[in-house]
Ligand binder design. Structure first.
Ligand code: G
Ligand code: G
Ligand code: NA
Ligand code: MN
Length: 253
């Protein structure tokens, strides 16, 4: 409770900040996008991972302010890359509560305008929850975002319900294959078989595919063989300070 109550102050004091983790085209080695990952440097509790506070905040309406802050910050970051001619996308993680918020769509749309970022460079990552699959209000927010060009990614696919038939009913452009399956690929033929078929099915329906949690070359090679080109994981890059990413990737032209 104390933690949650200190959030508004933390937002003002800039105790929160974003790290970025690159997504890469494993065929060319090129960085194609960044995922924004939230951190909280708390004066009393130290460095907090989003797992320690996002679930708590997500039970309150404060999660809306928090996500608006994250989107604003992420767009500020990506516009710095674009200024340097480096047209990467940026993804932001949102919770189901955010998608029930009537102001979410308008906020995102107006912030895109404010920063002059083409909506196609913003991706919203959401988790496959029951509400996401079943609530028409969420589907309509996602569809409205897609209609203006924002991309929608389904995060951690393969860790929850992962019902392929439901998947087709929700407006999603990109599916991220959860690292829990990816991490076993190197040692387990069964996991490789699942990923192989999953990639085939996702390609059949024209989804963009991102493999998460790649930790070694063997897994990256296998994924490429299966036709999954975009990957993310410690093998390529760990989450990093965005200024450092700007320094290293901004000569990407
Ligand atoms: O970066 P890290 O591995 O600590 O992230 C842990 C979890 O927190 C991941 O599931 C990630 O999706 C989530 N997360 C990271 N940043 C944000 C954010 O800005 N908003 C929300 N809702 N979740 C986030
Ligand atoms: O749930 P989500 O996929 O958004 O989680 C993102 C989190 O996953 C980040 O906080 C990041 O630290 C973590 N992560 C990213 N790549 C790897 C990886 O290769 N291995 C492991 N164990 N964690 C990873
Ligand atoms: Na994510
Ligand atoms: Mn994920």
């Amino acid at each position: 409770v104390k933690l949650i109550n200190s959030l508004p102050e933390a937002l003002e004091d800039r105790q929160l900040y974003l790290m970025v983790q690159p997504k890469i085209n494993m065929r060319s080695g090129e960085v194609v996008g960044l995922e924004a990952l939230l951190r909280w440097r708390h004066p009393e509790f130290g460095e907090l991972s989003p797992m320690e506070f996002v679930p708590l905040v997500a039970q309150t309406y404060m999660v809306n302010d928090l996500t608006h802050w994250v989107v604003r910050e992420a767009l500020g970051i990506i516009s710095r890359f674009h200024e340097k001619g480096c047209y990467l996308t940026i993804s932001v993680n949102v919770t189901t509560t955010n998608l029930f918020d009537d102001s979410f769509f308008n906020c995102v749309e107006s912030m895109l305008g404010e920063f002059g970022v083409d909506p196609k460079y913003l991706e919203i990552e959401c988790l496959e929850t029951e509400e996401l699959l079943e609530d028409y209000r969420i589907a309509s927010v996602l569809q409205a975002l897609r209609d203006i060009g924002v991309r929608i990614a389904l995060d951690d696919f393969g860790s929850g319900y992962s019902n392929l038939n439901y998947l087709r009913r929700i407006p999603v452009d990109v599916v991220k294959i959860d690292r829990s399956i990816i991490k076993d690929m190197e040692v387990d033929a069964g996991s490789r078989a699942i990923v192989f078929r999953l990639v085939q099915i996702l390609k059949h329906f024209d989804y963009g595919i991102v493999a998460e949690g790649i930790e070694n070359q063997a897994t990256a090679d296998q994924l490429l063989q299966f036709g999954c080109v975009v990957g993310q994981g410690y093998y390529f890059y760990r989450p990093m300070i965005w200024e450092k990413a700007l320094e290293s990737f901004a000569q990407c032209l």
